[in-house]
Design a protein around this ligand. Structure first.
Ligand SMILES: [Zn+2]
Length: 421
């Protein structure tokens, strides 16, 4: 059965149009075009749901708890934050990880994210022994997404050394067997898909990177890895391998069009050229990178090389796609002393490039999953904004509070009105 939604406006990365209906059938968009008939959504604009391309859901449990100096670590930085994060990770159980993930995904949906890529590296009991079902924690996270109606790409993450025992596997074969199980398990689950990841060049040796890269290619799976987040990681990689992290990934056969580099904060020109040559994407996590003192990625250079960019809320210090996108441009302005910096090709505004980083495409289109957000046009943040300026107002002058409803697979999974009264 098909169903047509008729909002006041349909918004894309370039503007907004009235008199357009969006027809949904079996969870997919089957029509976007002018019509006068359908279920009216008065006072609302419809737009694609945002994609959150990097998440560690359990880190939502650190919210507010890490914004002070520990007396034992008077110089606080990424590495001391990591100790606090490990302590939280060590306490997780199958029940508690599902609970904290559910809370995190509920907040994401309310903020306009309709799909999330979960970078999952808590695999075993805290002493490192596998659960009876070795995929129990990964499945608990996936079920949390299903509980909330969130679309999820589950990435089991390889971890060979460092960290805490429950992150680590004894061999890359043991890890890939678990990935096989999860890929098979996710088939036929409408909201859950699976890919594969390696944690970082810190945590995974070259031999593992080669095997995981080859496995992802053979099975046509999305492949993610953290790289160039911190200067220390680059120094350690140079000491061990005589090259920088993204150079090592290129040599190990890890880069390709299905690969996404998380952060790339300190990537140099040569590394960016390698990403461009291999058609590899970058995922920026600006609110987390700012919170951790990581730095800011070379966004202008990424844009100039036509490297595809996505965003993620990573540690979930904030969950708001408008804020992630705004930070990209605002940081680029702070660094360059200019305005309207991240402008692609012949465009005149950064807004289309930023929204494409948040949506993965320009607007609602036939064949895509029916995942969208309802924007409340009467919200004070959008009052008196000209229709043609709505996309920029969303990125530069609004927050996730303007999203009144969220749909995944053609089903309304979150609505602000539903919670009132
Ligand atoms: Zn991360």
């Amino acid at each position: 059965m098909s169903h047509t939604l008729l909002p006041d406006l349909v918004l894309d990365a370039y503007g907004a149009q009235g008199g357009v209906g969006v027809t949904v059938e079996n969870g997919r968009i089957v029509g976007v075009g002018s019509t006068k008939r359908g279920e009216r959504l008065p006072g609302k604009a419809l737009a694609p749901g945002f994609v959150n391309d990097h998440s560690h859901a359990f880190q939502r449990g650190l919210r507010g708890a890490v914004e002070k100096i520990e007396p034992s670590h008077p110089l606080d930085d990424f590495w001391t934050w990591r100790e606090r994060m490990y302590a939280v990770a060590n306490e997780l159980t199958t029940d508690s990880i599902r609970k904290v993930s559910r809370r995190c995904y509920e907040e994401m949906l309310s903020a306009g994210y309709t799909s999330v890529t979960e970078f999952h590296y808590v695999h075993h009991r805290s002493d490192g022994t596998p659960y009876r079902d070795p995929t129990a924690l990964a499945k608990a996270v996936a079920r949390a997404a299903e509980d909330t109606g969130m679309r999820l790409l589950l990435l089991p993450v390889a971890y060979a050394r460092g960290g805490i025992p429950r992150f680590r596997d004894p061999s890359v074969q043991a890890f890939l067997e678990r990935v096989d199980t999860l890929v098979e398990w996710s088939e036929g689950r409408s909201l859950v898909g699976a890919g594969v990841a390696a944690h970082s060049v810190r945590a995974v040796p070259r031999g593992w990177l080669e095997e995981i890269g080859e496995y992802a290619r053979r099975n046509s799976l999305p492949l993610h890895i953290h790289a160039d987040e911190q200067p220390r990681e680059i120094k350690e990689c140079q000491a061990e391998h005589g090259m920088r992290p993204i150079e090592l990934l290129a040599r190990a056969g890890f880069l390709g069009p299905r690969t996404t580099i998380i952060h790339a904060t300190h990537a140099n020109e040569k590394e960016l050229d390698l990403l461009s040559e291999h058609g590899t994407s970058v995922c920026a996590c600006p609110t987390t990178e700012g919170n951790l003192g990581d730095g800011f990625l070379p966004a202008e250079e990424i844009l100039q090389r036509n490297i595809r960019l996505s965003v993620g809320s990573d540690s979930h210090v904030r969950i708001d796609p408008c804020e992630e996108l705004r930070e990209l441009e605002t940081n680029a302005r702070r660094l360059s002393g200019r305005r309207n910096v991240l402008v692609a090709g012949r465009e005149t505004s950064p807004t289309p490039w930023l929204l494409k980083a948040g949506w993965d495409h320009v607007g609602l289109k036939v064949g895509d999953p029916a995942d969208f957000i309802e924007i409340d046009l009467s919200h004070p943040a959008l009052a008196d904004v000209e229709i043609e300026n709505l996309p920029s107002a969303l990125v530069f002058g609004a927050g996730s509070g303007v999203f009144a409803g969220v749909w995944v697979e053609g089903r309304k999974v979150h609505g602000r009105d539903d919670q009132v009264g």
